[in-house]
Write a new protein. Sequence first.
Length: 366
Amino acid sequence: MKKISSWVYLLLCCVGCTQTGYVIQGTVAGMQEGQVVIIVYREEPDTLEIADIVDGRFEFRGEVQEVTPAALQIVGQNIGEIPLYLENEKYKVKLDVRDFYAGEIAGGGESQRLSNEFEAIERSMAETVKTFREEYIQAILSGDTLVIQRLNRTLDSLRHNSESKRNAFLSAHPTSYVALNYYMNNAKMFPVDELAAIVRNFPLKMLETKTGKRLVGQLQMFEKLSNGKAAPDFTVRNLAGEEFTLHSVKAKVKIIDFWASWCGPCRALVPQLIELYKELHPKGLEIVGISMDTDETAWKKAVEEEKMPWLQGSDLKGFEKEAPLAKLYAISGIPHLVVLDEQNRIVATNTRGEELHELLLKLLNK
């Protein structure tokens, strides 16, 4: 019988031992039984895998095709989540139901290491806020304005400090998966030109991941809705049930006011819009109120209660992510105002107050 050299033997033994997926082993302090779940965020949160907690321990095994931003949650415990960047690596996790944000994830790849660093910025601010939370609540309850003002200044300082550290991190790691995920989740915060430059900076390989494709998709949508672009047309019914299109409304300047009867801030904005309408309607301003309601009766009642004198319309399909109008105009919150010129080109989005007034005067006086 031929002898096999020791190095060949070791090689043969290890052929089946190569890790092809991820392994996550963890403990949960304060909980002996239960479940831990891995959530991935696509268009909506989606459960990737569930593991049972047995004697305070759990384990996940699986495989991913690309770096996958996810989060760990304990089922049935509304105590938050811990960011997880899934790669085909080994992870060690420590969770604590008594202080979930004190959880730790060790191991994984470079993306997890950077995620831990990035999350430490927000965690540091949260820990500091926790030290004076009770004082802040008491000051609000007692109406102590001096204490409230002092603590608000402290909060502003903390936010500024946290924002500076976050920006420094993103500048230091501009093409990391952590940065890609951050920009995808916060795309609306950036002007279109700035977002386009950010996207161009990422390697094509990263933009072809699911997270990258979502970021590119958002950029393309925002570009279609940027200033100077034609506002997407749509058809709705007015209060009498008659159909009309946005582009059929003729005016020198138009404001589309996306609102709803159940939206407090929307209705709080109505007095300002009424003043603008009274002053500028004779000069060529039109307002088109587009309700994001599903309840026709509630919509009509709100119009009557607020005494809105301008044209109203709705498709009564609501404000869900897949609702046609919300999707068409990339609306994530209401009230949502869009200013159009005479050719139905977008001039501004969500401009308010004196800035809106000055803009309207400038457009109407052209």
